[in-house]
Write a protein that binds this ligand. Sequence first.
Ligand code: CO
Length: 146
Amino acid sequence: MALRKILTEENEILRKVSKKVVNFDESLWELLDDMKETLIHSTGVGLSAVQVGVLKRVFVINLNGAYFEVINPKIIRREGKQKGQEGCLSIPNRFEDVVRPKTVTISFVDRYNFPMQVTATDFMARAFCHESDHLDGILFTDLLKR
Ligand code: CO
């Protein structure tokens, strides 16, 4: 495992749409292992592959001892609303209130392409939405303008 450099918002790659993962091979597993290590050594709760310069639809979340590796996610249900503070490892030292769904159900696959589904609420739902947005080139500060 190795730490990867986290890119910040001035890097154009963060605006690109990430590609669906089709190969579930050692290079994907190495990416996931590195992302886990990079996230654990950071102050964040989530990290997407694009933030380390890899345009794959992959993110990891580490929150209150729950660790998720999420590949090719799709938010299949959104319910309610919540407003709360959000930050991003790619936008250091900026925290703003963002409106997100209160509850989301997300379908994805794990590192072996095995299908998974998770229903998350409150801050966990926020984290899933924030990281899913990264895969489409969206940063949380974009949502403040709406
Ligand atoms: Co972020």
